[in-house]
Design a binder for this molecule. Structure first.
Ligand SMILES: [Zn+2]
Length: 476
């Protein structure tokens, strides 16, 4: 939807009026200030985008675009500067759920013209260029961190091919030195299941609009009548490639341990959905490295499927006021109703049918965070003490690799909340302890979604430490 040029002055006048109202509320309703600011920020982004039109879009291959962190002195300055920048090109933020604990700063993808304008409007100390050329960074990742089609061929057809042969009882660390394509993963998953047929089952829990299966590993042999189960799911968001590498490494390690009779699994089963959003993942490989949502074409955006943010499509506080959008072009588009998407339906059904679930981790990147409940509200969860205790334990284990993670919950820690997210629904609807992980790195400065491949194994190892701690916790 694009507003006519004639109506833009009216819209901009409306924005100025909102700005005055926001100032008024800040003075008189201090306790509500942050919430109003957040609402105002999101609302303004939508309005200025509508007012600007589609003449300049931030889109692949992102050549010459910078990722920049802007810090504002106050909310008026932020709104004015973002409004000014939006007159040049659209405003596109790069963050996952709650990566910015400071409401006065934001990480954006900017054109060079926008960056020059920002430099005129803000003091230099308020501008930090995190990535000089996003397009070049994406190309660099493809050349250095991704298994090439030729290598992929080698992985799968050569005698020494590591995707179709595994040595039972050992972890094939070579596989975790680069990122893999969807086809590579499928091959590897079959190999894992056949190598460890006593301990690993590869199941299908649903399928997508583009016809791909949503797979799940069931790891651990159990003869118990009532086994304890833990569920991990990765890649609700397509661009978060490190998440699948980490959960896959965990599946392989636990299977190898079980094979060597290292007892971890006598009455525990680990369920792992390695890619919740395969359509989005394939698209992030083929076309848009920064793609986040699924590929639902029910609503279109810029001539293609708008897609739905799967982690805004869950039933608790669906389409609430925290970090959601009804604009199909938005990265946080909720979809038309809760559980409108095949992917969220598949996982919902899993929770409704799987017995004995004691804990759940929704794995994302990036920011190095463990997030406890709630995400949609600052209210304490029913057993906040236990939530905080386990959250801090997981955080400590994730930090064991030398990178400092932070445990956070509620507005005190995060400021930006989020409505309609998976772990909130899991905890509320099924009383299962549920956390969000935001894996490495800390910021776009260190690669953001494009975590260098030499950090896959360190990330996977610290992730595994947290998994083992969680297994111990639920079996104590
Ligand atoms: Zn995410």
């Amino acid at each position: 939807m694009v507003l006519l040029k004639e109506s833009r002055p009216i819209v901009l006048a409306f924005i100025r009026l909102l700005s005055l109202l926001s100032s008024f509320y800040q003075i008189h309703f201090q306790q509500q200030t942050m919430k109003i600011n957040n609402l105002f920020f999101l609302f303004t982004l939508v309005i200025v985008t509508l007012a600007r039109g589609d003449e300049c879009l931030i889109q692949p291959p992102y050549t010459g675009l910078s990722v920049v962190k802007l810090t504002f002195s106050d909310v008026e300055s932020r709104e004015k500067i973002l409004s000014d920048l939006s007159e040049i090109c659209e405003i596109k933020a790069v963050q996952d759920e709650y990566t910015d604990p400071n409401a006065d700063s934001v990480e954006l993808i900017l054109t060079q013209e926008q960056l020059i304008r920002a430099e005129k409007l803000l003091p230099s100390r308020s501008i930090r260029v995190l990535m000089g050329d996003l397009g070049a960074a994406i190309s660099h990742e493809r050349e250095t961190s991704l298994v090439s089609p030729a290598e992929s061929e080698g992985f799968c057809t050569d005698d020494t091919c590591s995707s179709d042969s595994l040595v039972a009882g050992t972890v094939d660390t070579e596989y975790y030195t680069k990122y893999h394509s969807y086809e590579d993963f499928l091959q590897r998953w079959e190999t894992l299941a056949s190598t460890y047929s006593d301990y690993v089952k590869l199941e299908t829990i649903g399928s997508t609009l583009e016809g791909r299966k949503i797979h799940m590993f069931r790891v651990g042999q159990t003869s118990e009548e009532k086994p304890i189960r833990i569920l991990f799911n990765a890649m609700q968001h397509a661009r978060e490639w490190i998440t699948t590498m980490c959960v896959l490494h965990t599946v392989e390690t636990l299977a190898a341990d079980a094979h060597r009779k290292k007892a971890w699994s006598s009455n525990v089963q680990i369920l792992v959905v390695p890619i919740v959003n395969p359509d989005g993942f394939v698209y992030s490989h083929a076309t848009d490295r920064m793609w986040r949502k699924n590929r639902n074409p029910a609503r279109s955006c810029r001539g293609g499927p708008a897609g739905v943010d799967l982690n805004r499509n869950w039933g608790l506080d669906f389409a609430g006021c925290e970090s959601t959008s009804s604009d199909p072009c938005s990265d946080i588009y909720t979809g038309p109703e809760a559980f409108s998407e095949l992917e969220t339906q598949a996982l919902k059904k899993l929770f409704e049918t799987e017995k004995g679930l004691k804990a759940h981790i929704d794995v994302h990147s990036f920011s190095q965070l463990v997030l406890g409940r709630w995400s949609y509200s600052d209210d304490p969860p029913p057993n906040m003490e236990e939530v905080n205790k386990l959250g801090n334990l997981l955080n400590e284990k994730l930090s064991s690799g030398g990178k400092q993670y932070s445990y956070a919950r509620g507005k005190t820690d995060l400021i930006y909340l989020a409505s309609g997210v998976m772990p909130d629904w899991v905890y509320d609807a099924h009383n299962v302890m549920s956390f969000t992980y935001e894996l490495r790195p800390k910021s776009m400065w260190e690669g953001g979604f494009m975590l260098p491949a030499n950090q896959i194994i360190p990330s996977a190892e610290e992730f595994l430490e947290s998994v083992k701690a969680l297994i111990d916790y639920v079996t104590e």
